[in-house]
Design a protein around this ligand. Sequence first.
Ligand SMILES: Cc1ncc(COP(=O)(O)OP(=O)(O)O)c(N)n1
Ligand SMILES: Cc1nc(C(=O)O)sc1CCOP(=O)(O)O
Ligand SMILES: [Mg+2]
Length: 208
Amino acid sequence: MPSLGRLHLITDTRPGRDPLAVLRAVLPVARTELVVQVRVEDTATDREAYDLARRVVGLCAPYGVTCLVNDRLHVALAAGAAGGHVGADDLPVDAARRVLGPDSVLGATAREPVSAVAAVNAGASYLGVGPCHATTTKDGLPPAIGAAGVRAVVEAVNVPVIAIGGVTAEGVPALRAAGAYGVALVGALSGAADPACVAAELLRGLSC
Ligand SMILES: Cc1ncc(COP(=O)(O)OP(=O)(O)O)c(N)n1
Ligand SMILES: Cc1nc(C(=O)O)sc1CCOP(=O)(O)O
Ligand SMILES: [Mg+2]
């Protein structure tokens, strides 16, 4: 299994966003500290998801950067990604592990310690934990858990915890202090005027 980077860039495919331009800017700065998660809108077709995943895999390969696919594990396999990420509405973690095989990276969403332990026992190799802070990127999320909620999960499991939801460079030190291994972001990178600069700032926080 590839070693996991600490900076998880999740593609932003909302209208007006350019996920490949953001990726091209961030790749040379973050290199192997980067993980890219291909996440498309629920309304996107599998063909659209596959086309984006193939392009992301192709851009990541020269840098040795890990590419994952959110939700659609058949797309992950078909596109040659290193693994996938599942949450409560997706395949259960044990089924996802069977689909991906023993050596793939498998992330699972967990919001508190009990489900976190269950996800790890079912085969998750890392956990996405949040929402840490309020976010406008995704609707319907439960209330923010803050750094204290992240810490509660960190103390319950022995896999990397990736903090997600409203993460900014300013927020990284508190999340690291809570034990987060890394962070996952959509808006803070996708909406940045200079994504490379923001990535460098995020990496400085993650290296402490
Ligand atoms: C790193 C990371 N953590 C959490 C999520 C959320 O996954 P999920 O709960 O399945 O929600 P969707 O992203 O599918 O809307 C994630 N994608 N990545
Ligand atoms: C896709 C997603 N999942 C979350 C969760 O808590 O499960 S928060 C989130 C959106 C993260 O986007 P941003 O960095 O712009 O807040
Ligand atoms: Mg999902």
